[in-house]
Design a binder for this molecule. Structure first.
Ligand code: ADP
Ligand code: MG
Length: 691
C-alpha cells in the first residue's frame, strides 16, 4: 500500500529536479498532495473537433503557421497566416507583445489558438487569440491539447523553473501516471460519500486537472468544493466544542439584575429599542452558563451597538470583573470614553481609564498601574491595550468594537490577558448569513435589526461633476440653518501622499474659495493625536461646520447634528465602506443626506453606487457586497477570498455551505486523513479568520 500523498515529497514525481523543487517550495508545494491541490485557474476546451465550416464566434482550433509579417499602418501589428488542420486559411492579428508572438509564430509551428473568429476582408481572422504551441498536429497522448486542457496560475519564479501551465501540466500528469507512488486517502465516511454520490477523491482530483468532459469536470468541482466546506465546517465545529470546555474562572457570574444597569436605564434620555433589550437579555443569560461565552453582535450602522456593549459591561463590573473595550482608532476610543463619562448617574463603582498611543509616557505608566491593581474596571483603548506591559487584575469581558478592523491575533492577545474572559465582537455592518454559518461559526450571533425610533431615512444621491455647484449651494443652505457636513476623500492608505495631498488641497479650496463664510477643517490619520482631538471636539461642539476628512471617520464617529455626508470619488469605495460612511449621518432627528460624487461609468461602480441609492438596509447591502467583491473585503482581510478556500463561493454555493456544515456537525468522528487535511489547509489560514 503506497503512502498517503500528504507524505510523499514532491520531488519524487518524475521530472522534479532541484530547480523545480525549489520553485515549487516557494509556492508552498512540498508534497504530492500540495501539487494535486494546485488547481487550474481555468480551462481551454481543446477537444478535437472536425471543423468543416468556419463560423463567427468563439472557437479553439489547431493550426499550422504558414508565414508572419509586421504590418505598418495606423497601428502597426503582427499578422500571421495560418491554416487549420482542415486546410482553412485564417489570419491571426496581434497589436501588442509583437516580439513575443513573433517568436511563437515561426513558420510550420503547430498552435492551438483560442479566441473569437471574425469575418474580415473575405476571410477569417482572430485578434489576440490565446496561443499554445503544440509539439505536433497529432494529438494522440498529448497533454496540452486534444482535450479540455487546464491552465494554471503562474508567476515569474515558476516560469523561470519551466513551470508555466505546460510545465505544471506535465508534472501533474506524471504524478497521476505513477499509481504506486502515492495513495489518495478518502476524507469522508462512506455514508457521506454515498449520500452525495461522490466517485472518490482520487477521481475528483484527476478530473479537475484533466477532465474527460464538461460533466466530469463539474462533478469533480462539486466534490472538491464540498470537501473544502466540510473540512472547514468540521474545524469550526471543533472550535465551538473546545470553547464550551473552557469554564469561566471568575466568579460570581454576571447576573441578570445589575443595579448599575438599572440605574443606567433610569438615566438614559431615551428608551432602549426592543432589539437592544433583547440583545442584552440574550447575552446576560448566556453569560450565566459556566462555560466561556463568545458573541458576534451584529447590527446595522446606528443601531446602537455601543450602548448594548456598555450595558453588558456594567453587569461584569458589578461582579468585580474588569472590562476591556478595544476600538480601532483613537478618535473612536475617545468618543466611547466621552460618551460613557457623560452618561449621568452611572459613575459610582465604575472607574474608567483610557489607553491610547497618544498618552504621555508618565500618564501611561500611571494608567497601566491602575489597570494592573484593579483600580480601573472599565478600560477603553486602542491597540495599545494589547501591548505586553498592560496587565489586568481580573479581566472578565473583552469587547471588540468594529471587529473587522482587527486581526484574530490581536483579539486573542487581548483575551489572553484574562482567564477565559467572555467575548463580544461587534461588527461594523451586518455579515451575510453564509459567512456567519462558516467563518463566524464559533461565535453566537446576536442581531440588532431595529434602529432607534424617530430616525428619518437618509436621502442618498449619486451626482456627477456637473452638479457640483448645485451641491455646494445646497450644503450652504443646510449649514446656514445650523446643520453640519462631512466631505470625505478616499485616502484609504494614509501613507498615500498623493491622495492626502488631494484632500489637503481640496480642503484649502473649500475653506477659502467656496465656503469662506463657514469654518472648514481637515481631519486625517497622519495628524498628531491632540490636533485630531481638537478638530473633532470643535466639530462636535458645532464650531467647525464642515469637516473635510479621510476615512478616519469611517467607523463609529457619532455627531448627531451632522446631516450631510459628501463622498468624493465614491467609486473608489466598496459598498460596505460607503454604507459605513453614510452611517455617520442620520443619527439625529433632522433629515439627512448622503451625496456620492462620481463620474465613473464602469459596471462595477454603477452597481455599487446604485445599490447605495436604492437601499439603506445594511443586511441587504452586505449580500450585494459579498456577491460583488467576495468575502475578503467584508471580513477586513487583504485578500479577495478566504485562505484555504480555492473553489467554494460563499454566494453561489450557499446551499452547499449549509449542507456541508450540517454534515460536518452531525457526521460523527473525523477520519485521520480529514484531521490531517484540516490542519494542513486551515491551521495557518485560521489565524487570519475573524473570531
Ligand atoms: P452603532 O451601532 O453604529 O455603533 P451607536 O452605538 O454609535 O451605533 O449609536 C448611534 C447613536 O444612537 C448614538 O448617538 C446613541 O447614543 C444613539 N442611541 C443608541 N440607542 C438609542 C436608543 N435606544 N434610542 C435613541 N438613540 C439611541
Ligand atoms: Mg459603533
Amino acid at each position: 500500500m503506497p503512502r498517503s500523498f500528504s507524505e510523499v515529497p514532491v520531488d519524487l514525481v518524475k521530472g522534479v529536479g532541484e530547480a523545480k523543487k525549489k520553485a515549487l517550495l516557494q509556492e508552498a508545494i512540498a508534497t504530492v498532495e500540495d501539487l494535486l491541490y494546485y488547481l487550474p485557474r481555468r480551462y481551454l476546451d481543446r477537444s478535437v473537433r472536425e471543423m468543416v465550416f468556419l463560423e463567427e464566434g468563439p472557437a479553439t482550433l489547431v493550426v499550422q503557421v504558414k508565414s508572419s509579417f509586421l504590418a505598418h499602418g495606423k497601428r502597426s501589428r503582427l499578422m500571421a497566416q495560418v491554416r487549420t488542420l482542415q486546410g482553412h486559411p485564417l489570419t491571426l492579428v496581434f497589436f501588442h507583445g509583437v516580439n513575443f508572438y513573433r517568436y511563437a509564430l515561426k513558420a510550420d509551428a503547430y498552435l492551438a489558438v483560442s479566441g473569437r473568429l471574425e469575418k474580415f476582408g473575405g476571410g477569417f481572422q482572430m485578434v489576440h487569440p490565446e496561443l499554445e504551441t503544440l509539439d505536433s498536429a497529432d494529438m494522440e497522448g498529448a497533454i496540452h491539447s486534444g482535450r479540455i486542457v487546464p491552465l494554471y496560475p503562474g508567476n515569474d519564479r515558476l516560469k523561470k523553473a519551466s513551470l508555466d501551465s505546460r510545465g505544471m501540466r506535465r508534472l501533474i500528469d506524471a504524478a497521476f501516471q505513477a499509481p504506486t507512488l502515492f495513495d489518495v486517502p478518502e476524507l469522508f465516511p462512506e455514508s457521506i460519500r454515498k449520500k452525495h454520490g461522490f466517485q472518490g477523491r482520487r477521481w475528483a482530483l484527476e478530473q479537475i486537472h484533466f477532465p474527460e468532459s464538461e460533466e466530469s469536470l463539474a462533478e469533480a468541482i462539486r466534490h472538491l468544493k464540498y470537501e473544502e466546506l466540510f473540512l472547514f465546517g468540521a474545524l469550526m465545529h471543533r472550535k465551538q466544542e473546545l470553547r464550551r470546555r473552557f469554564t469561566r474562572e471568575l466568579w460570581p457570574l454576571p447576573y441578570g439584575k445589575s443595579a448599575l444597569f438599572q440605574q443606567l436605564i433610569l438615566n438614559l434620555p431615551f428608551e432602549l429599542t426592543a432589539a437592544q433589550k433583547k440583545a442584552i437579555e440574550t447575552i446576560v443569560t448566556g453569560c450565566q452558563r459556566d462555560s466561556m461565552a463568545a458573541y458576534l453582535l451584529q447590527g446595522d450602522v446606528g443601531s446602537g451597538k455601543t450602548l448594548v456593549a456598555f450595558a453588558l459591561a456594567l453587569h461584569y463590573i458589578e461582579n468585580n470583573c474588569q472590562v476591556a473595550l478595544m476600538a480601532p482608532t483613537e478618535i473612536l476610543a475617545r468618543q466611547h470614553f466621552r460618551t460613557l463619562s457623560t452618561l449621568p448617574g452611572m459613575l459610582p463603582g465604575v472607574h474608567m481609564e483610557i489607553l491610547t498611543a497618544a498618552d504621555t509616557k508618565k500618564s501611561r505608566e500611571l494608567t497601566i498601574d491602575r489597570i494592573k491593581r484593579g483600580d480601573a474596571n472599565l478600560i477603553i483603548g486602542t491597540h495599545s491595550l494589547i501591548e505586553p506591559s498592560v496587565e489586568f487584575e481580573s479581566l472578565g469581558l473583552v469587547i471588540i468594537d468594529e471587529q473587522h478592523r482587527f486581526g484574530v491575533e490581536q483579539r486573542e492577545l487581548l483575551r489572553r490577558k484574562g482567564k477565559n474572559p467572555d467575548l463580544i465582537a461587534m461588527t461594523a455592518t451586518p455579515i451575510p448569513r453564509s459567512l456567519c454559518l462558516t467563518v463566524f461559526a464559533d461565535l453566537e450571533p446576536v442581531l440588532l435589526k431595529e434602529k432607534p425610533a424617530g430616525r428619518k431615512p437618509i436621502k442618498t444621491m449619486w451626482l456627477t461633476e456637473e452638479r457640483r455647484k448645485g451641491m455646494y449651494q445646497s450644503i450652504r443652505n443646510h449649514v446656514s440653518k445650523g446643520r453640519q457636513c462631512y466631505i470625505v476623500f478616499p485616502v484609504i492608505d494614509e501613507s498615500e501622499k498623493l491622495d492626502l495631498r488631494a484632500a489637503t488641497d481640496a480642503c484649502e479650496e473649500l475653506r477659502t474659495a467656496i465656503f469662506p463664510e463657514f469654518k472648514v477643517e481637515l481631519l486625517h490619520g497622519k495628524m498628531k493625536g491632540p490636533d485630531r482631538e481638537r478638530v473633532m471636539n470643535e466639530f462636535r461642539a458645532g464650531r467647525v461646520q464642515i469637516l473635510v476628512s479621510t476615512t478616519v471617520i469611517e467607523v463609529g464617529v457619532d455627531v448627531p447634528n451632522a446631516t450631510i455626508m459628501v463622498i468624493e470619488h465614491a467609486d473608489r469605495f466598496g459598498i460596505s465602506q460607503l454604507h459605513q460612511l453614510r452611517g455617520r449621518v442620520g443619527r439625529g432627528s433632522e433629515e439627512s443626506f448622503c451625496v456620492l460624487m462620481s463620474d465613473s461609468t464602469t459596471d462595477s461602480a454603477r452597481e455599487r453606487l446604485q445599490a447605495l441609492v436604492d437601499s439603506e438596509d445594511g443586511f441587504a447591502l452586505a449580500e450585494v457586497d459579498l456577491r460583488l467583491r467576495g468575502p475578503g473585503e467584508l471580513l477586513g482581510l487583504k485578500q479577495h477570498g478566504l485562505p484555504g478556500f480555492k473553489l467554494a463561493d460563499f454566494v453561489k454555493d450557499r446551499t452547499l455551505v449549509e449542507i456541508s456544515y450540517e454534515d460536518a456537525r452531525t457526521g460523527g468522528d473525523l477520519t485521520e486523513a480529514a484531521v490531517q487535511a484540516i490542519r494542513h489547509r486551515f491551521e495557518e489560514g485560521v489565524i487570519v479568520f475573524p473570531n
